[in-house]
Design a protein around this ligand. Structure first.
Ligand code: SF4
Ligand code: SF4
Length: 345
């Protein structure tokens, strides 16, 4: 593997060379915001995006996907997506979220649909160039991926506009062999990259968590009956926006659908969210979380404790999307954890 220094011009030429050879999904402007979409022209690439509307996990776990096709005679076939693609320009905190989902979908019940997409992907992480209004990944230890593995290429833009292109895998090499630059990143260049990382650790803290992320599970352990859950939930519309924009939320519902021929059909899954009123409704129309306060509390326990108990990581990476998405300003994890902590002291 190698680490190159690439000028701005060489970088654009590289992206241009990649587009005809690979199916590329990358951040692009959508009016005054940004979204991941298929990249067809290098000038549409916006690695200076602050945050994407939906996280790039949508390429591993689509909003809606067909799992099985069947007919009424009992025939069926699984639908599994194997087509290779490149996920280009993923921010570090979103990569951490995807890495968590990879573990969850691999362990216990191996999810063939998710894992096929994950295996088909080449992931190019890009260090953040502009901090979004609500990001706090720096407090969660996710401003950079310097201590993480599993991605294929890491891009860091330096202050002079050049890029450090760090190839981390054979899949990554397939992309970076199209680079025209032969200049290895020298000591000075790697030092500049470290400075970018240090700056991002500081700047991606638009909300300040008054504890280490590792202290959150113990805090929640003591907070189950805290009045905060009911107080905040009073303002909740149960709209589910905080779930839908979250890179670590992975709940889905599965349904069967018959086609108009009344013979063939498909089983599909689509995103669901624990903040929606009917999420916990089971047979007999029993809803075991019918109160807003119970749903509101569940979301924080999911982020700060339940996933921690499963994989040893906090399932809030600090992207800040839920904070921006909530119209009643009650979805800020930092605010909730800080308030719980203050009141415990
Ligand atoms: S809980 Fe909010 S800030 Fe944390 S990862 Fe999910 S959307 Fe991002
Ligand atoms: S976005 Fe806000 S109002 Fe909507 S479900 Fe989440 S907490 Fe409730």
């Amino acid at each position: 593997m190698n680490t190159k220094r690439v000028t701005e011009k060489e970088f654009s030429a590289w992206v241009e060379a990649l587009i005809p050879k690979h199916t590329m999904y990358a951040p692009q402007a959508k009016e005054d915001r940004f979204a991941f979409d298929q990249l067809t022209a290098s000038e549409d690439l916006r690695l200076d995006y602050d945050v994407s509307i939906l996280p790039p996990k949508k390429y591993f776990l689509p909003q809606k996907e067909v799992l099985i096709k069947f007919d009424r005679r009992g025939n069926f076939e699984s639908v599994i997506a194997h087509e290779p693609f490149v996920l280009f320009g993923v921010h570090p905190y979103d990569f951490v979220a995807m890495d968590q989902l990879n573990t969850i979908f691999e362990q216990d019940n191996y999810d063939v649909h998710y894992m096929a997409r994950k295996e088909a992907a080449t992931v190019v992480v890009s260090d953040v160039q502009i901090a979004s209004a609500d990001v706090f990944a720096g407090c969660m230890g996710n401003a950079t991926v310097e201590n993480r593995q599993g991605y294929d290429v890491l891009l860091t833009r330096l202050d002079d506009g050049s890029y450090v292109v760090d190839t981390r895998s054979e899949k990554g090499e397939v992309l970076t062999e199209l680079l025209s630059s032969t200049m290895d990143a020298d000591e000075a260049c790697l030092l500049q990259r470290k400075q970018v990382w240090a700056r991002n650790r500081e700047q991606l803290q638009k909300h300040k968590l008054e504890m280490t992320p590792e202290q959150i599970p113990a805090l929640l352990e003591k907070s189950y009956d805290h009045p905060l859950w009911a107080e905040k939930a009073e303002l909740c519309h149960s709209c589910g926006s905080c779930n839908l924009v979250c890179p670590t939320c992975y709940c889905f519902t599965v349904e069967d659908e018959l086609n108009w021929d009344m013979d063939t059909g498909q089983r599909y899954r689509q995103w669901d969210g624990c903040m929606l009123t009917g999420f916990a409704t089971v047979t007999g129309n029993h809803n075991f979380r019918d109160k807003k306060a119970a749903r509101y509390r569940h979301r924080y326990y999911r982020k700060g404790k339940y996933v921690w108990d499963m994989i040893g990581e906090i399932a809030c990476v600090g992207c800040g999307r839920c904070i921006s998405a909530c119209t009643t300003n009650i979805a800020n994890p930092v605010e909730v954890f800080n308030q719980l902590s203050e009141e415990q002291q």
